[in-house]
Design a binder for this molecule. Structure first.
Ligand code: ATP
Length: 321
């Protein structure tokens, strides 16, 4: 546990009851994020990034087993009543998603939705809330903000809609932003603009951010630290520059390699051969062993613990044990 952290996740495991066999989507994840820090959760689809992030607001279906402890802004997440949890959400913790359209109500204007968000958490008149909504639209640099506040979600482009979502996320001056692939659905040029905007606002507001992405380039652009997830566990963690310059885990090297091939202008996305394991049918040892170019016998029997590699980096691989 880190006392100065805004987000603390300690030995989190999440098990879903799907069909007859329980599925452990997250195993023993520990992570902390300080105020003003951006940590990217990086990994392929199904690696447990979103489940980890959503655990911070206990956004799982009934019957899901959550083990471990978590705190956000000093509040023990597992101990909060559902009412206190809704208070935390929006006011202290905000979220932005890949598909803003799913998070917005199609029948209300954007201005109305931002006003309602503010009025849900604060005793404030509608005209004051409207003035705040306008200031927020200016902050996220939406052109003609007065007019745009009168628009419905379907009248906005993907990029402008994501700017609106960011405005809404900032509406109640949160301390924590949870971002789940917020730029994945956007064109490359819009994507970079939104990443820069998030970075700029995060600094200005001193937000602690968890940013979920499958793209190591995006993680490098936006984050201070990266935690790489594979099959529900963190397999490597460190400062962005260190991970990009000297990735230790063979999986991280694979992710970086896939990126390099793209940068070289090949028209094919080179991925790591093979596929992640079925969470309901995990291999005995390291989950990455079946795909690992450096696999040894030990890897097939032993699950490597996440260990300190130096002062700021951790890795879970027998090569470094
Ligand atoms: N509500 C749920 N019920 C059952 N299984 C779930 C549920 N939510 C997630 N899972 C499973 O947990 C695993 C991890 O999912 P998660 O969404 O965290 O992956 P991810 O790394 O964020 O990938 P993606 O980019 O696809 O969202 C997946 O196998 C998924 O099917």
């Amino acid at each position: 546990m880190h006392n100065d952290a805004m987000i603390n996740i300690n030995n989190l495991s999440v098990t879903f009851n799907r069909g007859r066999k329980p599925v452990k989507a997250v195993t023993g994840v520990s992570l902390s994020v300080r105020p003003g820090e951006v940590v990217a959760l990086l990994g392929e689809s199904g690696s447990g990034k979103s489940v980890t992030m959503r655990s911070l607001l206990r956004l799982h279906p009934k019957g899901t087993k959550i083990e471990g402890s978590m705190s956000v802004a000093g509040q023990d997440v597992m101990g909060l009543s559902s009412r206190d949890l809704s208070g935390l959400r929006g006011a202290v913790v905000s979220m932005v998603f890949q598909e803003p359209r799913l998070a917005l109500d199609p029948v209300y204007t954007l201005g109305r939705q931002i006003e309602e968000t503010i009025m849900r958490h604060e005793r404030i008149s509608r005209s004051e809330a409207a003035a705040r909504a306008l200031a927020l639209f200016q902050k996220v640099r939406i052109p003609s903000p007065e007019r745009r506040l009168q628009n419905y979600p379907h009248e906005m482009s993907g990029g402008m809609l994501q700017r609106s979502m960011i405005a809404m996320a900032l509406a109640c001056n949160p301390k924590v932003l949870l971002a789940d692939e917020p730029t994945t659905a956007l064109d490359a040029t819009v994507q970079i603009q939104i990443l820069l905007l998030i970075r700029e606002l995060q600094k200005e507001y001193g937000l602690a951010v968890i940013f979920v992405t499958h793209d190591i380039g995006v993680a490098a652009e936006v984050a201070d630290r990266i935690a790489v997830m594979y099959a529900g566990r963190i397999v490597e963690e460190g400062k962005v520059a260190d991970i990009i310059r000297d990735p230790r885990h063979p999986y991280t090297r694979g992710l970086l390699g896939a990126r390099v091939e793209l940068a070289n202008g090949r028209d094919r996305l080179i991925t790591i051969p093979g596929a992640p394991p079925d969470l309901a049918n995990m291999p005995a040892g390291c989950a990455f062993a079946p795909r690992c170019p450096q696999v040894s016998d030990l890897c097939r029997t032993e699950i490597p613990a996440l260990m300190a590699a130096d002062e700021t980096s951790k890795v879970a691989c027998v090569q470094y044990a």
